[in-house]
Design a protein around this ligand. Structure first.
Ligand SMILES: Nc1ncnc2c1ncn2[C@@H]1O[C@H](COP(=O)(O)OP(=O)(O)O)[C@@H](O)[C@H]1O
Ligand SMILES: O=c1ccn([C@@H]2O[C@H](COP(=O)(O)OP(=O)(O)O)[C@@H](O)[C@H]2O)c(=O)[nH]1
Length: 240
C-alpha cells in the first residue's frame, strides 16, 4: 500500500502494439519514451513494477503459422521480438534515470540477464523496474499468460493489462460499436461470456492465484498511474 496507490507491487503487461505509436510496425521512439515515462511515474508513487512486454509490433507467431510456417518456430521468433522490445524499454527507462533490468526467459547471456524468480524478486525489492522478456520461454503461449505467470511468482497484487482499449467490453469494441464497457466483473464472467480481451489460460491463472486484472488504455499519457489510483477509465476483473 502506498499513499496514492492501493497496489504495492504491480505487473504491467505492456502491449507490443502500443510501442508502434501511430506507426504500422516496429518501435516508435516517442511512444516508447512516453510509456517509459508512465512506468517511471508509477515507480515514483512507491509501487514495485514488473513488466512483461509483448511483441505484436514486430512479430506474431500465430499469424505467421497461419501462413504455413511451423508454429513452434514462429512462436520462437515472436519471443525473440519481445526481447528486442524489452531491451528498448529498459534503455528508455535507464535514460530517464529509472533503474531497470531486462531479463529473458530464453537464456542469452551476452544480451541480457536470464530470467530467474530470485533475481527478479531481488531487483524489484531494490527498486528496479524488472522487464521480463521472451514470454514464458515456450511456444504455444502468449505474453498475457507470461504476465499472469510472472504476477503470480513475483507476488504481485495486480496484473495491469495496458492495451489498445480502455477496458473489457461486452464484445470487441474495435469491431462492434454497440459494445458496452464493464467497470468490474469476475474472472468466471470473462470466461463464461468468452470476452476475448485476454486469453483463457491467462485469466484462469489469475483466477487460481486470486490476482485481480485491470485492463486500461496504454495509449493515454499518464494512463497507467491514473488507472492504478482510480482516476482513469479501466475495467477490474476481480472475485473480491
Ligand atoms: N470483450 C472485449 N473487450 C475488450 N477488448 C476486446 C474484447 N474482445 C476482443 N478485444 C480486443 O482485444 C484486444 C486486446 O488483446 P490483445 O490482442 O492481447 O492485445 P495486446 O496484447 O496487443 O494488448 C483489444 O485491442 C480489443 O480489440
Ligand atoms: O510465452 C510466450 C509468449 C509469446 N510467444 C510468442 O510471441 C509472440 C508475441 O507475443 P504476443 O502476441 O502475446 O504480444 P502482444 O500481443 O502483447 O504484442 C506471440 O504471438 C507468440 O508467437 C510465445 O511463443 N510464448
Amino acid at each position: 500500500m502506498t499513499d496514492a496507490s492501493p497496489w504495492r507491487r504491480v505487473l504491467l503487461k505492456c502491449s507490443g502494439e502500443a510501442l508502434m505509436g501511430e506507426g504500422a510496425f516496429g518501435i516508435d521512439f516517442a511512444a516508447l519514451d512516453r510509456i517509459a515515462g508512465d512506468i517511471a511515474e508509477v515507480r515514483g508513487l512507491g509501487v514495485d513494477v514488473a513488466v512483461v512486454v509483448g511483441g505484436g509490433n514486430l512479430f506474431r507467431g500465430v499469424r505467421t503459422a497461419a501462413k504455413g510456417m511451423d508454429r513452434a518456430s514462429a512462436d520462437q521468433m515472436g519471443m525473440l521480438a519481445t526481447v528486442m522490445n524489452g531491451l528498448a524499454l529498459a534503455d528508455a527507462l535507464e535514460r530517464r534515470g529509472a533503474p531497470a533490468v531486462a531479463m529473458s526467459a530464453i537464456p542469452m547471456p551476452t544480451v541480457c540477464a536470464a530470467y530467474t524468480r530470485r533475481d527478479a524478486a531481488a531487483a524489484l525489492a531494490a527498486g528496479s523496474v524488472v522487464i521480463s522478456t521472451a514470454g514464458t520461454g515456450n511456444p504455444f503461449f502468449t505474453t498475457d499468460t507470461a504476465a499472469a505467470l510472472r504476477a503470480a511468482e513475483l507476488g504481485c497484487d495486480l496484473l495491469a493489462k495496458g492495451t489498445q482499449v480502455d477496458g473489457v467490453y461486452s464484445a470487441d469494441p474495435k469491431t462492434d460499436p454497440s459494445a458496452t464497457r464493464f467497470d468490474r466483473l469476475s474472472h468466471d464472467e470473462v470466461i463464461a461470456r468468452d470476452l476475448k480481451v485476454m486469453d483463457i489460460a491467462a485469466i484462469a491463472l489469475t483466477r487460481e492465484n486470486r490476482i485481480p486484472v485491470m485492463v486500461f488504455d496504454l495509449h493515454e499519457a499518464g494512463g497507467f498511474a491514473a488507472a492504478l489510483t482510480g482516476r482513469g477509465r479501466s475495467t477490474t476483473i476481480t472475485d473480491q
